[in-house]
Design a protein around this ligand. Structure first.
Ligand SMILES: [Fe+2]
Ligand SMILES: [Fe+2]
Length: 472
């Protein structure tokens, strides 16, 4: 059997790439830069191959193909969800019209900006997670890390495809920039704050995939409503992959809580730091941090830009089609979080201006589900402790509460009180050092680190002790 050099083989796609020579060549010249970025900024742990899911098409059978593959040979493809021929624009001034197949000139700059911001987050998280392989608690977890990483790489491809296909030379330049900015870089950082934070340990990784990937879910959910049909279809397929990332976070924290609860009961103590597991107050601090920086990703409580995006049809609301209103929102009002006379409160604004708050609230409701689930694990273990989401004003650096400091209970604090008590609420050096001290790699088949419980199930019906990763 010969391997064909056909480009459509090298970049699997369902967008008929071979029919557009120019686009094909443009992506062909971007590909080595992507691979170079992957080699230098992607996972640093050397591996032979990993049991990965690869999207080979979008249909029910095609999209999740499992097998051992060397990561640098992973087939990052371009996949859009099937076109819905009956689709009409669901909101804004173009409501009821057919969706756009091309980018309208008047919205070009805004659409390009939205795609670049989304695109920038995808490689950023790969960079943030690049050294985690060295301390994986099991081969199962290591495999999940790499799965998340290759799919974020694919999401970068998804956004780069849109930039190349619809935004001409400027789009190609932006695609290059997506590989040049780096998470945490002083000269050219990633665009959004949370994507320049470190992910130095596995508790952070689970919190990141629970809270920050979930922000991604909500952002993609608004872009899936877009009048620009290729953007909508791209995001719809990305959302399918994204759910696995959040699964990794949800069940990762489940397993941390489960293990800590076991050790608390076995030793009849809350103070389990000496027993090699993560104390619940430390879990709470990590939760406080990742939740609050993820809330910032939704932007200010009010935004005229976002109002304009909505009216123009560029970006909708979460579950737009399930909302029982006129989908224009020109006459509606909405209560948003605000500083009222310097105090934490709410204020009424035009509904269109409050769309960031609307999206953040949907996200907060979703985050609460995880907390309930972790608390159920504690309750079933017979423990009285509970985890909780901090107040929306806690540790915010963007929006109405950026100017003030507040406790997790939502009590306003002076700068002094805040700096005194900060270490009780956010991971301090002692917490971080302790968590890092637990991060000893377990790369042996069927074994797991002592600070986390094993998963209930393996991947794709395989057992926990499957050889998910072959190290070099
Ligand atoms: Fe993603
Ligand atoms: Fe993700």
């Amino acid at each position: 059997m010969t391997t064909t050099a056909d480009y459509t083989e090298r970049i699997p796609n369902n967008v008929d790439l071979h029919e557009d020579r120019r686009l094909q060549r443009a992506l062909e010249s971007w590909q080595p830069n992507f691979l170079n970025w992957w080699q230098t900024m992607g996972p640093s742990l050397p591996t032979q191959d990993v049991y990965l899911r690869t999207a080979v098409n979008v249909g029910r059978q095609g999209w999740a193909h499992f097998g051992h593959v060397p990561m640098k040979e992973y087939r990052w493809g371009i996949f859009l969800a099937e076109r819905d021929p009956g689709r009409t624009i669901g909101f804004g001034q173009h409501k009821g019209e057919p969706p756009w197949i091309k980018v309208p000139g008047e919205y070009r700059a805004e659409l390009q900006r939205l795609i670049v911001i989304q695109g920038d987050t995808e490689p950023a998280s790969v960079e943030q997670q690049r050294n985690l392989g060295a301390t994986a608690p099991s081969l199962y977890d290591l495999r999940n890390l790499f799965q998340v990483n290759v799919e974020e790489g694919r999401h970068l491809w998804a956004m780069v495809y849109l930039l190349h296909a619809y935004f001409g030379r400027e789009g190609r330049e932006e695609a290059e920039e997506l590989l040049h900015r780096n998470s945490g870089s002083v000269e050219s950082p990633r665009i959004l704050g949370a994507f320049n934070e470190e992910t130095p340990d596995w508790l952070s990784f689970y919190m990141f995939t629970y809270f920050t990937d979930r922000d991604g879910k909500y952002q993609l959910g608004t872009l899936k409503e877009s009048a620009l049909d290729p953007l909508s279809r791209t995001c719809e397929f990305m959302l399918k992959e994204e759910s696995h990332h959040m699964f990794v976070g949800t069940t990762g924290i489940d397993r941390v809580v489960e293990r800590t609860a076991q050790v608390m009961i076995e030793n009849d103590t809350d103070d389990v730091a000496g027993y090699g597991v993560i104390p619940l107050p430390v879990v709470q601090k990590y939760l406080n941090f990742h939740y609050s920086v993820s809330l910032d990703l939704f932007g200010g409580e009010t935004s005229t830009n976002v109002a304009n995006y909505y009216t123009a049809g560029l970006k909708g609301r979460w579950s737009e089609d399930r909302r029982k209103d006129d989908h224009l929102l020109t006459d509606d009002a909405f209560l948003v979080d605000a500083l009222v006379d310097g105090e934490i409160g709410q204020t009424e604004v035009a509904a269109l201006l409050g769309l960031n708050t609307d999206l953040r609230r949907a996200y907060i409701g979703d985050c609460q589900n995880g907390v309930n689930r972790w608390n159920k694990i504690l309750a079933e273990a017979g423990l009285p402790q509970r985890l909780k989401l901090p107040h929306v004003a806690f540790n915010r650096r963007v929006g109405a509460f950026a100017e003030i400091e507040a406790s997790p209970e939502g009590e306003k604090l002076s700068a002094e009180e805040w700096s005194e008590r900060l270490g009780q609420w956010l991971p301090n050096d002692v917490d971080k050092t302790y968590v890092r001290s637990l991060m000893q790699p377990v790369h042996e088949r069927g074994k797991i680190a002592a600070w986390i419980a094993p998963p209930r199930n393996g991947i794709n019906g395989k057992p926990f002790d499957y050889d998910y990763v072959h190290l070099t």
